[in-house]
Design a protein around this ligand. Structure first.
Ligand SMILES: Nc1ncnc2c1ncn2[C@@H]1O[C@H](COP(=O)(O)OP(=O)(O)O)[C@@H](O)[C@H]1O
Ligand SMILES: O=P(O)(O)O[C@H]1O[C@H](CO)[C@@H](O[C@H]2O[C@H](CO)[C@@H](O)[C@H](O)[C@H]2O)[C@H](O)[C@H]1O
Length: 552
């Protein structure tokens, strides 16, 4: 929605770069209401105390005009400020007709506000909707351009995935609303502009470059180039990354949903059928996942990627983070308890009653010996991060865990954390399908749960077996089966507890899915305690009885 406020400057658009007054007035008037409507702005729920223009970079356009890359700082009552990238173009009313795009095609979410600049009225738009800006990015990457700026330089790096002598290609903005902005060039290249900026290289660029150049891993889109803000004595800040575009029908979440449709239709007839080609696909994804981790396991790699043991420091990091996550989730669950349906409420009770079992399990991680190694991993691995091509898979989105700081996203973990991410995703897929479909609504929930569990365990085991088979045994990443089982449980639990927050915030009717995942893991933890003779009397057993009776 266009803001009703309007600002003006007597300077021409071309000489605004250093006009502090203009940028700070923009940051205080038009931008606060505008960014609060943007999907990519993550600070909506926080108490905002103001915005300021931290930096303004100039990008020349081919027709002599220019766009500005504004780095906007968002300030909050608590917590550290955040920086966002907002590229801006000015479309003067009298020149709008001569531009290579139609102003009418710029969606409401791309219209920042009306301005009068250098005596000309017009509109400020998010430059991603300006074809000239997109072409400027693409050309600059192709030519490995560097544009000096008052505070450093904007550098475009060309990657191996960009064809030699690539000409101009028609571009468009992808309509998906996400935390970044994506544009495509002639169905050949996919360029992602990062919105929330971190004070160092985005892990996605590091990961893609390592997997391509050192790991020789083919199942990611080839690296086409990146856009970086370099300034003295500070780490480079990544503004964007380009990769080859992958021709795909759908992602693996949608593909798995299709397979589950066949399965779902059979359930009411009391048939249990999983097609052989479904197992083949799951096996293939297990293998590709294993190959990705093999490519990331390079004992001679530079420090940022070299494998590391389970140090005390890592254990403390994981425990601290997990405990903090649990505290936040328990609080969120209590605040939202009355909004949950009765089944979710019962599951929530069991989870809350399991606090001591979970605490003891996490504490055990502090002292348990581990011989397995840690490496850089994908970090946010689920079925939606895998594009399904005709006969294979391509893995995308290596930005890491959405809720973590940039430093934490670069921490090395056991690769079983990614495996746990995918296992959770299969659990989501079958749960979402079987429990939310008209075909199954009249079926006995106990029977449905049994069928769902059976599908999940078969698929999970197929995935994990194919994954582990990719590594020869013994392999330094996996000391033995006990460690594999323990680590999988800790990462599965952490992921499901994380998901609980996501579902409460975005899909309350799905809260049951991670809660069920948490309880399943706690059951497994009890089995380990039993088998290791660790059932200490002061830690109660899992209160599954609560699942039958409504708590009073
Ligand atoms: N190289 C690519 N080729 C084709 N489509 C892609 C490519 N990379 C991403 N996509 C599509 O764009 C969507 C968003 O990409 P992703 O990297 O997940 O961005 P975000 O971090 O903003 O979620 C993906 O779900 C996928 O559909
Ligand atoms: O946007 P991201 O991909 O970084 O991740 C967030 O959104 C995901 C949903 O799109 C969410 O994933 C959860 O739901 C998926 C099904 O929609 C499921 O496959 C995943 O296993 C489950 O974690 C993710 O948690 C959230 O961070």
């Amino acid at each position: 929605m266009l803001s009703m406020q309007s600002i003006s400057s007597s300077d021409a658009w071309s000489s605004l770069a250093t006009n502090q007054e203009f940028w700070s007035s923009l940051a205080q008037t038009l931008l606060p209401p505008y960014v609060n409507t943007c999907r990519w702005f993550a600070g909506k729920a926080r108490q905002q105390t103001g915005f300021s223009a931290k930096s303004v970079h100039t990008l020349p356009l081919s027709d002599g005009d220019r766009a500005y890359l504004l780095i906007l700082e968002a300030l909050y009552a608590d917590g550290i400020p955040e920086n966002y990238l907002l590229p801006l173009s000015f479309v003067a009313d009298h020149t709008a007709h001569s531009l290579p795009f139609q102003l009418a095609d710029v969606p409401g979410k791309g219209r920042v506000g009306e301005v009068t600049i250098g005596g000309q009225t017009g509109i400020l738009i998010d430059a991603i909707y300006d074809e000239r800006f997109r072409q400027a990015l693409f050309t600059a990457i192709g030519q490995s351009q560097t544009y000096p700026q008052p505070d450093g330089q904007i550098t475009f790096l060309r990657g191996k995935g960009l064809d030699e002598n690539e000409g101009q290609l028609p571009s468009q903005v992808l309509p998906v609303d996400s935390s970044n902005s994506a544009m495509t060039f002639g169905d050949k290249y996919f360029l992602k502009l990062y919105r929330k900026l971190f004070s160092e290289t985005n892990p996605e660029v590091d990961m893609v470059a390592f997997l391509t150049d050192i790991g020789n891993f083919d199942h990611i889109p080839a690296f086409g180039g990146s856009i970086v803000w370099q300034h003295d004595n500070t780490p480079d800040i990544t503004l964007g990354m380009m990769q080859r575009m992958v021709q795909n029908d759908k992602d693996s979440w949608a593909q798995t949903g299709d397979y589950l449709n066949d399965f779902l239709y059979a359930v009411p007839q009391r048939l249990f059928a999983i097609r052989e080609d479904v197992f083949e696909k799951v096996e293939l994804l297990g293998r590709r996942t294993g190959e990705m981790h093999c490519a990331l396991y390079k004992p001679d790699a530079e420090a940022a990627f070299a494998p590391e043991p389970f140090t005390d420091e890592y254990r403390e990091f994981l425990i601290r983070r997990f405990e903090d996550l649990l505290d936040r989730r328990y609080a969120l669950l209590i605040d939202n308890y009355t909004k949950l349906d009765p089944q979710a409420q019962r599951l929530a009770w069991v989870f809350m009653e399991a606090k001591e079992i979970i605490d003891t399990f996490i504490a055990d991680f502090r002292t348990r010996p581990f011989g397995s190694q840690r490496i850089r991993i994908h970090g946010d691995y689920h079925l939606g991060q895998v594009l399904a091509t005709e006969n294979d898979f391509v893995l995308i989105d290596f930005e890491g865990e959405p809720e973590s700081s940039i430093t934490d996203r670069k921490i090395k973990h056991s690769p079983l954390k990614d495996v746990a991410g995918m296992i959770r995703s299969y659990h989501y897929a079958v749960s979402a399908k079987l429990f939310n479909s008209a075909e199954t609504e009249d079926l006995d929930p106990v029977h449905l749960q049994r069928v769902s569990d059976r599908w999940f365990y078969l698929i999970r085991d197929t995935f994990v077996d194919a994954y582990l088979d990719t590594f020869g045994t013994p392999h330094p990443l996996f000391k033995n089966n006990n460690e594999i089982n323990f680590l999988l449980l800790i990462y599965l639990l952490e992921k499901a507890v994380y998901e609980l927050g996501y579902e409460i915030s975005y899909r309350p009717s799905w809260v049951k899915i991670p809660l069920k995942g948490i309880i399943d893991v706690v059951r497994e933890i009890e089995k380990i305690r039993l088998s290791e003779g660790n059932l200490t009397p002061d830690v109660p057993l899992l209160q599954t009885g609560l699942l039958q009776d409504k708590p009073s």
